[in-house]
Design a protein around this ligand. Structure first.
Ligand code: IPM
Ligand code: MG
Length: 370
């Protein structure tokens, strides 16, 4: 049985609650003799700030680098609204992405038939939706310098953020998108704004170049990011893989998330480059949803995005494709059986707790693997 080392960073708000449900799945994987996981815990976000006055310590980052994969819950909350900007809880995830070179953020948006009613769009628009957003996650306006607010001579202020992309950064994220598309429906939509941004002009040119040189057999369309947002709510099933920069990818993936019924459903993977010498790839898996401080501690949070993120770890870090498929099927069956947390509840169903949803998934795994 393979043995893996995981670093668990539950974070703040509902992070610890949903992480506990993912741990149940880890325990089951060990009991079932599928794989064994050694887990180590550490602080991130506001919890780390309270203990160490930073959102994530260097020691935690070193531990993340040493682990086979990181599972991350969520960070932030009103309690930390007033901490210095560079130490705000969100800096934890941003620093981890940057320090571990996690440039490829994969955000699948899947609409389960059982949940089509929970979407704010009509059933026929979203039912069966299966798109993959590939978001660049170590560059662009998130990390470009200068990034500052300066006071001008007249006393007013000027804020600057800098959008920067190099050829190499665009090439490597484009390759990830094309490679994923080849295993799916063979279509990439590349979103940028070349009509107003130089970074968009380069983005489009470089994606087209990678396509022509290495992936001419994959369908490629270039789409302006604002139009992409509009198309996502008009006719989302036209998309297969969407590739976008850090900021556009952030926005488009939230829009795509809501198509599926709830932000509580969306897992994500953030992957680094494979070390050619050791074969090791840094990777972090996290739900797309935030820390939801308003419901933290009430047992109402939906753990499926966290459990689905563990599923992505099985798929992308540990090559356990069959087990990842099994987990996806368990989630689909639980939903089809009408088990719902409050965020995805439909008329006539009473919602179950976070823990009950986790138990339902584990029970379904047991049933499926008999
Ligand atoms: C996300 C989040 C983060 C981001 C925040 C918490 C910094 O919105 O992962 O989408 O903007 O990348
Ligand atoms: Mg976001």
């Amino acid at each position: 049985m393979n043995h893996y080392k995981l670093l668990l960073l539950p974070g703040d708000g509902i992070g610890p609650e949903v992480m506990r449900e993912a741990e149940k799945v880890l325990t089951w994987l060990g009991q079932a003799g599928i794989a064994s996981f050694e887990t180590e815990f550490d602080l991130a976000g506001g919890a780390a700030y309270d203990a160490h006055q930073v959102a994530v310590t260097d020691a935690t980052i070193a531990r993340a680098r040493a682990a086979d994969a990181v599972l991350f819950g969520s960070v932030g909350g009103p309690k930390w609204d007033h901490v210095p900007y560079q130490h705000r809880p969100e800096a934890a995830i941003l620093n981890l992405r940057k320090e571990l070179g996690l440039f490829a953020n994969l955000r699948p948006a899947l609409c389960y038939a059982a949940l089509a009613e929970a979407s704010s769009l009509k059933r026929e628009i979203v039912e069966g939706l299966d798109i993959m957003i590939v978001r660049e996650s170590t560059g662009g306006v998130y990390f470009g310098h200068p990034k500052e607010i300066v006071t001008l001579e007249d006393g007013s202020q000027r804020a600057v953020d800098t959008q920067i992309y190099t050829t190499g950064e665009i090439e490597r994220i484009a390759r990830v998108a094309f490679m994923l598309a080849k295993k799916r429906r063979n279509k990439v939509s590349s979103a940028e704004k070349n009509n107003v941004m130089k970074s968009g002009v380069l983005w489009k040119r470089v994606v087209a170049g990678v396509h022509a040189a290495e992936f001419a057999d994959v369908g490629l369309e270039h789409i302006l990011a604002d139009n992409c947002a509009m198309q996502l709510v008009r006719n989302p099933k036209q998309f297969d893989v969407i590739v976008a920069d850090n900021l556009f990818g952030d926005i488009l993936s939230d829009a795509a998330a809501m198509l599926t019924g709830s932000l509580g459903m969306l897992p994500s993977a953030t992957l680094g480059e494979k070390d050619p010498a050791t074969g090791k790839m840094n990777a972090l898996y996290e739900p797309v949803h935030g820390s939801a401080p308003d419901i933290a501690g009430t047992g109402q949070a939906n753990p499926l995005a966290m459990i689905g993120s563990l599923g992505m770890a099985l798929r992308y870090s540990f090559d356990m494709l069959d087990t990842a498929d099994l987990l996806d099927r368990a989630i689909a069956n639980v939903l089809a059986a009408g088990v719902r947390t409050r965020d995805i509840v439909s008329p006539g169903i009473s919602p179950v707790s976070t823990a009950a949803m986790g138990d339902a998934v584990v029970n379904e795994l047991k049933a499926l693997s008999k």
